[in-house]
Design a protein around this ligand. Structure first.
Ligand SMILES: [Cu+2]
Length: 120
């Protein structure tokens, strides 16, 4: 009994380590538009999350300079896409941050964030 317990926990740890690595691999090479740290104009109307494999994006929020958090709408969460395009509200000059959450095709939870600046 004791041996079996040790054996199972060893498998569990290995699984967790591999899981974290695989989840990281999914996010590799993902790009955003605007890019992280980029300055864009007040006429910017959309944002993109671009992945190397289709992702199901569940939630995208944007924190604006006035302290408000907006939910950004785009392709439905049950649809896996390589490029997720979200409609932005009207942007005033200042600093913005976008947070996104999703799931890879094999069920790994994914998330990320990036910041950009809006200038006239
Ligand atoms: Cu995975």
């Amino acid at each position: 009994m004791k041996l079996r317990t040790i054996f199972s926990s060893a498998i569990l740890s290995a699984g967790l380590v591999m899981g974290a690595g695989a989840a990281l691999a999914h996010g590799k090479g993902m790009m955003t538009m605007p890019g992280n740290g980029q300055t864009v104009g007040t006429d910017t109307k959309v944002m993109h999350l671009m992945f190397k494999e289709p992702m199901q994006i569940t939630t995208v929020t944007m924190k604006s300079p006035d302290g408000k958090t907006y939910k950004i709408s785009g392709p439905a969460a049950n649809k896996a896409v390589k490029t997720w395009e979200g409609k932005l509200p009207k942007l005033a000059p200042g600093n913005y941050k976008i947070d996104w959450r999703g799931m890879s095709p094999d069920g790994h939870p994914m998330n990320g964030d990036f910041a950009f600046k809006v200038a006239n």
